[in-house]
Design a protein around this ligand. Structure first.
Ligand SMILES: Cc1cc2nc3c(=O)[nH]c(=O)nc-3n(C[C@H](O)[C@H](O)[C@H](O)COP(=O)(O)OP(=O)(O)OC[C@H]3O[C@@H](n4cnc5c(N)ncnc54)[C@H](O)[C@@H]3O)c2cc1C
Ligand code: SF4
Ligand code: SF4
Ligand code: FES
Length: 469
């Protein structure tokens, strides 16, 4: 049903349920906004979109981004009163965030160059775009608005390192200021960050699909691992050759449930063999290990975990806090991970078996395979789509581009792991490891890289379109 209203003296006809902001946009009338994004629930935080409405002879000021159109409504977006409100709001914002380009340019549009109030040096305007994109679209909720009153801020729970953030960068994309890029407890990895990390830590040719690398090989070892046992063998060799003293690995602890643990011997490394297709919190464990005095650590993780570790290396002064720190990163290929409870329930529903009793799980060539008591149960992995971990559809890194060495299965024959060498230390680690070498079918790896990128691009398109709107 259509609704007729008047905006700045122009007649407009829009669908019922739309907001004044949407109606104005359709009528070609520009209303400034700071906390609005069309793909997110309206928040009404910045009040910059304030407009004057008149109904039944009474006037009042409302926020256009969340006020629904009504039949016969008269809207004035540029009255003297409204301009004064926006000026006041922008003056306050400029006083709070004097260095922010977006605020500076909006303020100057309204004739404010220097605020009359005392200057703070904040970056965040508390528009809530980052927390909403993370919660409503990505589905991760790594950050929230914390504290009350003047103490209000954006942060992780208890301001601790996030174990949930996947480093997708959506928050940095929607943030109208530089604030979220400076946040240290989450890992929004922007294109510039990726470039900087590649330049700072990696070595080799730059390949659009596989990232920076110097070698791409298949390897099989004597370890009975998930694929060729390369991860376990690299870790054992690295520890025996004094590349590191400890490794942060993921081990099954209770049934299929897994935990990140720090191991300091070969037995510990072996105990973590095999893939658990789950998201396992790692960052808090890494930080605990550093605080407990470990300094030379190998970390094995999926691309999101690799990003998190690299962001910390890039942003924190780790050497100051933990002198002598050396972190070697082994990244796993990853298309997606699953929620433990969901995977267990779906496995039971589909095959009537208990995931906790699985000898092994495997996802290969689009099939999910669970082995229990020597018997394989298999189906199309897409049948488990509903239990994919929140956030994975926004992740665009299949090959752990930022690791020192990346390992996966796609591209190699059965019983082999695909290995991508990305740094000097990654190369030295591989050189000290015994394995049988074979060829990789690069096309197969590239196919999955592109497939995953397309999925992420589709999701990011909604965010980008909203920014351009
Ligand atoms: C969630 C997930 C999804 C994956 N998806 C793909 C894919 O789509 N295509 C592909 O080619 N490869 C994928 N892999 C990688 C693949 O399953 C193997 O891990 C890789 O080939 C190494 O095999 P390996 O025999 O060398 O490992 P192993 O020698 O058996 O060692 C496995 C290592 O993986 C670590 N690990 C196990 N589970 C996790 C976890 N949940 N998080 C972090 N570390 C873990 C352990 O700490 C262990 O050190 C995925 C891995 C994970 C964890
Ligand atoms: S990077 Fe992604 S997951 Fe992390 S806080 Fe930002 S939006 Fe959330
Ligand atoms: S797809 Fe894999 S690497 Fe990406 S967020 Fe999910 S678990 Fe992490
Ligand atoms: S854009 Fe409407 S209140 Fe911020």
């Amino acid at each position: 049903m259509a609704v007729k209203l008047e905006i700045d003296g122009k007649e407009a006809e829009v669908e019922k349920g739309k907001t004044i902001l949407e109606a104005a946009k359709e009528a070609g009338i520009d209303i400034p906004t700071l906390c609005y994004h069309p793909a997110l629930e309206p928040f009404g935080a910045c009040r910059l979109c304030s407009v004057e409405i008149e109904k039944r002879g009474r006037k009042k000021v409302v926020t256009a981004c969340n006020y629904p159109v009504e039949e016969g409504l008269v809207v004035n977006t540029k009255s003297n009163g409204i301009i004064a409100i926006r000026k006041m709001l922008l003056e306050l914002l400029l006083a709070r965030c004097p260095e922010e380009g977006k605020i500076q340019s909006l303020a100057s549009e309204y004739g404010i160059v220097k605020p009359r109030f005392k200057l703070e040096d904040e970056r965040c305007i508390l528009c809530g775009l980052c927390t909403r994109v993370c919660e409503e679209l990505v589905g991760v909720s790594a950050i929230n608005i914390i504290n009350r009153g003047v103490e209000r801020a954006i942060g992780t729970p208890y301001l601790e390192l996030s174990d949930d953030c996947i480093g997708c960068g959506s928050c940095a994309l929607v943030c109208p200021t530089e604030a979220i890029k400076r946040e240290k407890n989450i890992y929004p990895t922007t294109a510039e960050d990726i470039r900087e990390i590649e330049d700072g830590y990696l070595e080799g040719g730059r390949d659009e699909e596989l990232g920076v690398y110097s070698d791409l090989i298949a390897g099989k070892t004597s370890v009975d691992g998930q694929d060729g046992g390369m991860v376990t063998s690299l870790l054992i060799s690295g520890m025996e050759n004094n590349f590191f003293d400890a490794a942060l690995v993921v081990r099954r602890e209770e049934g299929y449930k897994a935990e990140a643990v720090v191991v300091e011997d070969v037995e510990g490394i072996r105990s973590a063999r095999g893939t658990k297709y789950l998201h396992v919190p790692m960052m808090s464990k890494l930080m605990d290990a550093l605080k407990e005095g470990r300094r030379r650590i190998a970390v094995v993780g999926t691309a999101c975990e690799v990003r998190a570790v690299r962001k910390i290396q890039q942003q924190w002064d780790l050497e100051r806090d933990f002198p002598g720190v050396e972190i070697i990163i082994l990244g796993l290929f990853c298309f997606e991970s699953f929620d433990y409870e969901g995977l267990k329930e779906e496995t039971k529903r589909k095959f009537g078996i208990d995931l906790d009793k699985a000898d092994k799980t495997q996802i290969t060539a689009g099939k999910y395979i669970v082995t229990v008591g020597g018997e394989d149960y298999t189906c199309d992995v897409r049948e488990f789509e509903n239990v994919v971990r929140e956030g994975c559809p926004y992740c665009d890194d299949f090959v752990s581009r930022l690791a020192d060495i990346s390992i996966g299965s796609v591209g190699s024959s059965d019983g082999y792991s695909t290995v991508i060498v990305r740094s000097k230390i990654g190369k030295r680690l591989l050189d000290t490891t015994e394995f049988i070498k074979a060829e990789v079918d690069k096309k197969e790896v590239v196919k999955l890289v592109r497939f995953k990128n397309k999925r992420a691009d589709r999701n990011f398109a909604r965010i980008l379109e909203g920014l351009e709107a």
